[in-house]
Design a binder for this molecule. Sequence first.
Ligand SMILES: NC(=O)c1ccc[n+]([C@@H]2O[C@H](COP(=O)([O-])OP(=O)(O)OC[C@H]3O[C@@H](n4cnc5c(N)ncnc54)[C@H](O)[C@@H]3O)[C@@H](O)[C@H]2O)c1
Length: 253
Amino acid sequence: MSGSLAGRTALVTGGSRGIGRAIALAFAREGADVAICHNGDPRAGDTLSELRQTGAKALALEADVSTETDVVALFAKIAKNLGTLDIAVANAGILREAPLLETSAADFDAVISVNLRGAFLTAREAARMMLARPVTAPAGRIITISSDLAFLGREEMSAYCASKGGIVSLTRSLARELAPKILVNAIAPGPVETDMTSPQSMSPEALAKDLATPLARFAEPSEIAALAVFLAGDGASFVTGQCYGANGGSAMY
Ligand SMILES: NC(=O)c1ccc[n+]([C@@H]2O[C@H](COP(=O)([O-])OP(=O)(O)OC[C@H]3O[C@@H](n4cnc5c(N)ncnc54)[C@H](O)[C@@H]3O)[C@@H](O)[C@H]2O)c1
């Protein structure tokens, strides 16, 4: 590791496991101090230990990203413990699969609330902290996590795909509004082996769809984290408003 994020502070929502954990660990290994948040995941303690083993200052905080008061309180705790915030990754998300005719309005709202409203609240409070930094601070970075399914669509995942499409539009608008002080980009992963999605838990039909890509495999969470490290670092200083596919070629933009 090169220490490319030395001296930076970062928040990764949904950082207790899966893609968020990999991003938090990759940031810490690059020298950043890292806060993770989760919604009561028992694995948060293990991830916090791993983060601290890198030598980073690390925090694990419980917050529901869809609840405004939780998100405001989360950022107050980050300000108190880390002092400032340079990088925020709005990663927390949920997936609910159901045919359209069996999707209640409450199911739809639940997915939109965590995935899209959560990204909005995280980005808003992150921007508030980043804009309060000294003018000499490097440009803040907000990274959102969309999905290749925002572009491809997927049957029985309408709420999820809508939430992830909304994240792309949110990212583009924030990139325009927050420039040049904050750079805002999205990562749109393809299938990644995590609790949310794993080959073992899928029907043969669903698995076949996820494997019908040029690379024909699931990603490791670390393969998504590598892109987040790039977007958070100095090498991405002229990159904003973009949505990067780390998807094995499932969708080509
Ligand atoms: N796994 C994939 O194949 C895949 C593909 C594309 C995009 N994504 C996206 O990547 C992100 C991470 O997914 P993952 O596969 O690591 O999932 P995961 O289920 O392994 O982890 C989800 C994380 O989000 C947190 N979380 C969930 N609801 C929350 C809430 N209301 N408030 C705060 N935290 C909450 C959990 O505590 C956990 O830390 C999600 O946004 C997901 O939609 C995943």
